[in-house]
Write a protein that binds this ligand. Structure first.
Ligand code: ZN
Length: 310
């Protein structure tokens, strides 16, 4: 019987994914439910319990030693609670206690989803072998996590590395977080699309106004689309440079839907980084695309649980 297994939960605004994962990071059993994000907290919890019940019903469950949760944030790892911005029914929701109740009292490790991505990229992806790394997700929002001194750095509450809400424009637009000029307010997919539309870019006959459509237009040479990606790249570069100056990562890994734009994002990002990361000790910082796919959240939650169980 395998006895080095952990259970992983990846909780987001659209889906709740679960898995049983072995010590090498292989996913052996999967379960998934849509997140009833606009329902009350108990209804959301029932979806999470359905995922967990599918996992506990597996014949492999007896080998599970710990549970790892990567959740949309903010999370409070100390209190064991989550308050995902896009799941209004969960505010200070006692997720750790509720998961422990369903899983027979196993140890439960809670981290933010950005921290989970960093754990996954460090274990098996683009940050492998790097003792100091910043890993980011640029998507509907912008999140991130840190590896420092060879170890995941979740911080006291499990949210450290949340680069999306570093302000890079002092008098910039109000951000939903309450601050101004945040990286996310400039570089997220919806903001890339908004800025392109405001600049006069128009979608094709399919009406697609997503950041992916703006990326396609940029690739075809549309100057407004290119400018919107360049502005996003500037914001990301400023945030990465600030992080590099503070804690000296030698690699910044960038994933998420917006990173799928490839060179449309990475070329201006590398150029802008030269303008903002100027001191000698941050100049060797490299930028790399993420390597973990859609399982990054699960693998990262498993990494956190394995650390707990050892
Ligand atoms: Zn913000």
């Amino acid at each position: 019987m395998q006895t080095d297994l952990v259970a992983a939960l990846d909780i987001g605004g659209t889906k709740i994914a679960g898995a049983l994962v072995d010590g090498q990071g292989r996913i052996l059993v999967r379960a998934q439910r849509a997140t009833p994000a606009q329902e009350d907290g108990e209804t959301v919890m029932r979806a999470a319990e359905e995922v967990l019940n599918l996992l506990t019903a597996s014949p492999l469950w007896s080998g599970v030693r710990a549970v790892g949760i990567g959740s949309a944030g903010p999370v409070d790892a100390g209190a064991g609670t989550v308050s995902p911005v896009n799941v209004p029914g969960w505010r200070g929701f006692p997720l750790v206690d509720r998961v422990r109740a369903v899983t027979g009292g196993l140890p439960v490790e809670l981290i933010g989803d950005g921290v989970a991505i960093a754990a996954a990229e460090h274990w098996q992806g683009a940050a492998r072998g790097h003792d100091n790394a910043l890993c980011m997700v640029v998507s509907t929002g912008v999140g991130g996590g840190l590896v420092l001194g060879g170890r995941l750095h979740p911080g006291p509450t499990g949210n450290a590395g949340h680069i999306g809400h570093i302000s890079v424009d002092l008098d910039g637009d109000l951000c939903p977080c309450g601050s101004r000029g945040c990286v996310e307010r400039i570089a997220s997919g919806p903001n890339i699309a908004r800025r392109a539309l405001e600049g006069g870019w128009r979608p094709g006959s399919d009406g697609d106004t997503s950041a992916a459509a703006v990326a396609a237009a940029a690739r075809a040479g549309d100057p407004v689309a290119l400018a919107s990606f360049e502005r996003a790249a500037q914001a990301l570069a400023a945030g990465i440079a600030a992080t590099a100056t503070l804690v000296e990562p030698d690699i910044a890994v960038v994933g998420g839907g917006v990173a799928k734009a490839g060179d449309v994002l990475f070329a201006p990002l590398r150029t802008a980084l030269k303008n903002y990361a100027t001191l000698s000790f941050v100049q060797r910082l490299t930028v790399a695309p993420a390597q973990m796919g859609t399982d990054a959240g699960l693998v990262g939650a498993a990494a956190a649980a394995l650390r707990e169980s050892r």
